[in-house]
Design a protein around this ligand. Structure first.
Ligand code: ARG
Length: 462
């Protein structure tokens, strides 16, 4: 049973079940470095504002440095009775630096402190996530460059629709992850706000300099309303929103890799190093990595919903409910980073089965739209052309042929305007390369998109 810094008015000791129940140390101990950095900046500011003496500030800062080293070396003792990382560090500072440690908490409260630590943590993690996602984008673009020319069926309703370049399909994921990076950058604007100096909720009577603290900690600005400072967790919710969307993208990619690596599709072979086997069926190679990516998406969506639900009815300013913010936040950060890491490692090792993909794009009337477009070009109204080609498909099905395998005579029976020049238009390459509309799958377009992406990477690195 520890002595509490707040137990002056308490006649009874805290019940041990309450200590256990209210403790967050198992989770917030991960914030120790930010807590210490925040305290050091706070000390410096108190010192230069004359609220404590420069000697006192120096002693406190030295003590905080000692504690940081103790934690890093695993020489620090954690105890449920001390609730959270803030109280642990303050209690230890009393032992390390002596009575002057009691001055550290001047003009600040744990409410501001936890808001600060969480913002510092999330700022660093958001930068790391952005860096990881840019690395993933590079891998995707490199893959698109490597396989430029490889064709596959494009799908709607998971039914073969029209041929596309594999690279075009891959570049769709590049677009998705690029939007994710933009969203995380946008999150940073709201994360990068310094809440320290709120002193629980109303501001303080001490002549503190919040701008100085913000500058010392590298924050872009200070919070403007003391109540909002400690009551706000929007920035976590926004991060979780961006993380949930990003995970949804990973999940769709995972789902496609699961489908494509099945014998039914056989478009791709997953690298052995990124697959697992079955304990009973020796022939199996299972796509556990993309499956887990898909599964973990559920957890991150859950983290977002948890956080929204924690916050939804909280009266201003701080409520202890908010202590529950760290678990979903850290879980989402860890999960997202794990997915970025493993998918970035796996993608370059995928082996695409180009013959199977090409065969799948050449069968099943994926050129029906092109035949209809041809009729339209020859003056047939589109609806009529659609009907005629429908009949052609039905005729071809009955005769076990593809459209391009019908003779000119057979085609002429469908529509008199059809000529010899149709056959070139029904090949996979021509179909792809004629789709030159902005954003279409024509090789020239896809190559330009890849070039633009690579130039973007190079520009950002300058
Ligand atoms: N451990 C708390 C949290 O994570 C810190 C703030 C506690 N403040 C308080 N007044 N009990 O939210």
């Amino acid at each position: 049973m520890s002595e509490k810094p707040w137990d002056g008015r308490f006649a009874e000791k805290t019940d041990c079940r309450v200590e256990k129940f209210t403790s967050s140390i198992d989770i917030d101990r991960r914030l120790y470095a930010y807590d210490i950095e925040g305290s050091i900046a706070h000390c410096r500011m108190l010192g230069s504002a004359g609220i404590i003496t420069p000697e006192e500030a120096a002693t406190l800062i030295q003590g905080l440095g000692t504690i940081k080293r103790e934690i890093e070396r695993g020489q620090f003792e954690f105890d449920d009775g001390l609730e959270d990382i803030h109280m642990h560090i303050e209690a230890r500072l009393l032992q390390v630096a002596g009575k002057v440690a009691q001055k550290l908490h001047t003009a600040r409260s744990r409410n501001d402190q936890v808001a600060l630590d969480v913002r510092m943590y999330l700022k660093a993690q958001t930068h790391a996530v952005i860096k990881g996602l840019v690395g993933l984008e590079k891998v995707i673009v490199a893959l698109a460059r490597k396989h430029l020319g490889l064709v596959m069926p494009g799908y709607t309703h998971l039914q073969r629709a029209q041929p596309v370049l594999l690279s075009h399909h891959l570049m769709a994921y590049y677009e998705m992850f690029t939007r994710d990076v933009e969203r995380f950058r946008e999150c940073l604007k709201r994360i990068d706000v310094m809440p320290l100096g709120t002193a629980a909720l109303a501001g303080t009577t001490y002549p503190i300099d919040r701008e100085q603290t913000a500058e010392l900690l590298g924050f872009a600005k200070v919070s403007t309303n003391s109540i909002d400072s400690v009551a706000d967790r929007d920035f976590i919710i926004e991060f979780l929103g961006a993380a949930a969307i990003c995970m949804m993208h990973f999940s769709r990619l995972g789902e496609e890799l699961i489908l494509w690596s099945s014998s039914e599709f056989a478009f791709v072979d997953l690298p052995d190093a990124f697959a697992t086997g079955s304990s009973i069926m020796p022939q199996k190679k299972n796509p556990d990595v993309p499956e887990l990516v898909r599964g973990k998406t559920g957890r991150v969506v859950g983290d977002l919903v948890a956080m929204l639900t924690i916050m939804k009815s909280l009266p201003l300013a701080y409520d202890r409910d908010m202590q529950e913010d760290k678990q979903p936040m850290m879980d989402a950060v860890d999960t997202l980073q794990a997915c970025i890491e493993v998918v970035t490692g796996m993608l370059p090792c995928l082996k695409f089965n180009s013959d199977t993909m090409r065969a799948a794009a050449s069968k099943g009337f994926l050129n029906a739209t092109d035949l209809a477009d041809y009729l339209v070009m020859k003056g047939v109204p589109f609806r009529e052309a659609h009907g005629s080609v429908g009949q052609a498909v039905s005729y071809a099905l009955d005769h076990g042929k593809e459209l391009q395998e019908l003779t000119l005579e057979e085609l002429k029976k469908i529509s008199g305007v059809i000529d010899e020049d149709i056959f070139d238009l029904l090949t996979v390459e021509t179909m792809i390369d004629r789709r030159k509309s902005a954003g279409g799958t024509a090789t020239a377009n896809v190559k330009a998109a890849i070039d633009a992406a690579e130039e973007g990477f190079a520009r950002r690195e300058e």
